[in-house]
Design a protein around this ligand. Structure first.
Ligand SMILES: [Zn+2]
Length: 348
């Protein structure tokens, strides 16, 4: 998600106004604390109140005006009877339409802008059978209800721990979802939110590689912010991704490749695979082309968040394993430091 910083500004302004009120002492006490509590308040407002929904609607309206044909252009990827279409939505999100072309049925992952998704469904002349929702943030789940209204038999999948709009089919770790010849496995990957799920499409039925729809857990050379989890939880979730086969295609929830690879250069300057990928990404982005998919094999080579074992990374972060420290604990500490630096670098 892109964070609604205007809420912080609003809260700050309200605080300043209160400075001149009789509650001044109380306001001073609140302001004396760091940005963190304000950030938590803003996050709670975004996820738990109507303000979050209003922010999302405004974000969608602006994006439709600024990018009438989407923030990026993408080519559908076709295998033997299976088609994956990245749909560019909001200012940098991707929804993904996955179609079984033999039976003309479709699944959509994170349909943030229902109007855009519906237009692609109509172009493709396919019936929407399921929504796979990675997590509750509005820029991933905001279109669920509207699409359900248009397609009454459409099922909405996600984890019940996340407050997913329109959820009809709550999922647990390793649950299967079958639509036409498409088989997905849901994997529970908390950290970004408490109920974050990712979806692994088995390509074997059509002789294709597997595809991972990773939401805000993993991006090209990046990972999501730890809004609702600690570094150990996030590490376990990232380890699930790192354990997938090399040729698995990665379809993330945002177009963050360029910034993420620049950040990766700060912490692993000598990584030539990262440098080559960066040059390719620059070429793609100069034409506003989508950078998805990469592969898990590639990500393992340059994505710092999947490389908490890398000695070069430890050196750059100035971290060493303590004598009595467990390797996984150390890697969680590396991830924590890495995420902190990324938050300072940019808040994506
Ligand atoms: Zn998110």
């Amino acid at each position: 998600m892109e964070f609604p910083y205007w809420i912080i500004i609003l809260l700050f302004t309200a605080s300043v106004v209160f400075v001149f009120s009789p509650w001044r002492k109380l306001v001073y006490r609140l302001m004396a604390r760091s940005e963190k509590p304000l950030f938590r308040i803003a996050y709670t407002l975004y996820t738990r109140t109507r303000l979050g929904y209003m922010y999302y609607k405004r974000q969608m309206k602006r994006a439709r005006e600024h990018y009438p044909s989407g923030h990026s252009s993408s080519q559908p990827m076709e295998f033997n009877g299976l088609k994956i279409i990245p749909v560019s939505v909001l200012s940098d999100n991707y929804s993904y339409l996955v179609i079984d072309t033999a039976s003309s049925v479709a699944v959509v992952v994170d349909p943030a802008d229902p109007q855009k998704v519906q237009a692609v469904l109509e172009d493709e002349k396919v019936r929407l059978e399921a929504i796979l929702c990675t997590h509750k943030h509005w820029d991933h789940s905001g279109g669920n209800k509207e699409l359900r209204r248009l397609h009454s038999s459409c099922r909405v999948y996600g984890n019940a721990a996340d407050n997913i709009p329109g959820l009809t089919h709550p999922l647990s770790h390793k649950d299967s979802i079958t639509v036409g010849r498409m088989n997905f496995r849901a994997l529970f990957t908390p950290g970004h939110t408490v109920g974050h799920m990712i979806y692994l499409l088995d390509g074997q039925t059509v002789g294709a590689p597997a595809s991972l729809f990773s939401g805000d857990l993993v991006f090209l050379s990046g990972c999501g912010r730890m809004f609702e989890g600690n570094p150990s939880t996030m590490l376990s979730s990232l380890d699930i991704v790192a354990s997938l086969s090399d040729n698995t295609l990665l379809w993330p929830g945002h177009e963050y490749a360029e910034d993420n690879l620049l950040f990766a250069a700060e912490v692993e300057p000598c990584n030539t695979v990262r440098e080559n990928k960066y040059q390719w990404v620059l070429q793609q982005r100069s034409q506003k082309l989508c950078t998805s998919p990469s592969t898990i094999g590639e990500e393992r080579q340059y994505n710092p968040f999947l490389r908490s074992h890398s000695a070069e990374l430890h050196l750059a972060l100035g971290l060493q394993q303590f004598q009595d420290e467990d390797w996984t604990q150390f890697r969680a500490r590396v991830l924590e430091e890495l995420r902190k630096r990324k938050d300072l670098y940019n808040r994506r």
